[in-house]
Design a protein around this ligand. Structure first.
Ligand SMILES: Cc1ncc(COP(=O)(O)O)c(C=O)c1O
Length: 383
């Protein structure tokens, strides 16, 4: 039985004639880059618990964040994250707000002291934004950049040129817009890694001891927008600055306590997604499935010259498959015909154009098969 199968949800293919309102059960094939598809089982559970959360007579949204119901959700989410990633007792888990973009400034504010340098890998739009914010705070050294090839790749072994004694090395594990992904942790010579994992968080196991900090906006692989998961290694957190920083912007303020009202409904959904990940074999199983799904699309792209990807071998993302057609007119047609079949969200980011299939954890294999099938058909008629 395929996990997260759309057919469990009485799915039927979309047709232009179909009145979407006729069926609240209708689900499209959702390839949105984020906010993105969530597991159907998670949505069903949330729907079932919406009016009366476990006999409380209220939804979880309407209950105090310090009451027993929400405290249990919070504790379970922490313990599930720890179990899935093997965090042990070494990491502090935080559910913050302000998106990954707020972490672009908080990380250097807390971990880049005056007189030190932080190293950054410039692998795309989000990495560049992180660098821009860090430069407002202190000294930044670009230890690698693929800007000259329009971000077609991440660094190969031996290409990272670090500064002397950097405070940390920041990298973006998956570049959502350009469709590249680090195949593993970059070599940092023991310097703590800070990772923006927004678009591949929980899609594969991580060697967590290499990291000082991992952060991710939840809205791609972990839940809805509005929650940012921040994992901080305790000994690295010890080195965080406190003086001269407003309370909300200090990581130490958020360690081990709920300083202010967390995004409770978002964390509740994240917790359901974490439970779904556990039930479906954890991160190793997720990586295997993600690899198989991505391979279905890359096989079509590689078949001949009709489809092509600007991404170099060795840097291909398993999360965002970016590809082009022979010309922009055909790309427009592809999008229109795909949508008529219920294949939604395939437009590339506005800054790069082309097409992008985002196939995060919760994107069912049958959606990817439907897209691969459509690619074959479209090539036949227009190739
Ligand atoms: C890799 C990456 N980092 C950061 C961001 C920005 O995240 P947010 O909108 O949560 O600030 C995104 C958004 O798509 C992203 O893909």
């Amino acid at each position: 039985m395929p996990q997260n199968s759309l057919s469990q949800w009485q799915w039927r293919p979309y047709t232009r004639e179909m009145d979407k309102a006729e069926s609240t059960e209708y689900r499209c094939h959702n390839f949105s880059a984020g906010p993105a598809v969530l597991p159907v089982d998670v949505l069903k559970t949330a729907r079932g618990e919406l009016l009366n959360y476990r006999g409380s007579g209220s939804s979880i949204m309407e209950l105090s964040h310090r009451g027993p119901e929400y405290m249990e959700v919070d504790a379970q989410a922490r313990s599930r994250l720890s179990d899935l990633l093997g965090l042990g007792d070494d990491f502090e888990v935080m559910f913050l707000q302000g998106g990954a973009s707020t972490q672009f400034m908080m990380a250097p504010m807390n971990f880049l002291p005056e007189g030190r340098t932080a190293d950054y890998l410039n692998t795309g739009t989000w990495a560049r934004k992180a660098i821009k914010e860090a430069r407002i705070i202190g000294n930044v050294h670009e230890a690698f950049s693929s800007e000259d090839t329009n971000y077609s790749r991440v660094p190969r072994d031996g290409e990272i040129r670090m500064s002397d004694d950097p405070a940390y090395l920041h990298f973006t594990s998956n570049n959502t817009i350009f469709g590249t992904q680090h195949p593993g942790e970059p070599e940092s010579g023991g310097v703590p890694l800070i990772c923006d994992a927004s678009s591949d968080f929980l899609s594969r196991p991580l060697d967590v001891k290499r990291y000082g900090m991992i952060y991710a906006g939840a809205q791609k692989n972990a839940g809805p927008s509005g929650v940012t998961v921040v994992l901080l290694r305790r000994d690295f957190l010890e080195t965080a600055r406190t003086e001269g920083l407003p309370s909300m912007l200090r990581y130490k303020t958020h360690a081990g306590t709920m300083f202010n009202t967390p995004p409770t409904f978002g964390v509740y959904l994240v917790n359901l997604v974490l439970g779904w990940l556990q039930e479906n074999g954890g991160l190793a199983a997720m990586e295997r499935r993600n690899r198989e799904k991505a391979q279905l699309l890359y096989a079509e792209i590689d078949r001949d010259e009709f489809y092509r990807t600007p991404v170099e071998d060795g840097s291909r993302s398993l999360m965002n498959v970016v590809f082009r057609l022979p010309n922009e007119d055909l790309e427009k047609r592809f999008l229109g015909e795909a949508e008529a079949r219920g294949l939604m969200g395939l437009k590339g980011h506005r800054s790069v154009g082309g097409l992008r299939a985002s196939i995060y954890n919760a994107c069912p294999r049958e959606s990817v098969e439907a897209l691969a099938g459509f690619m074959v058909e479209f090539r036949k008629t227009h190739g």
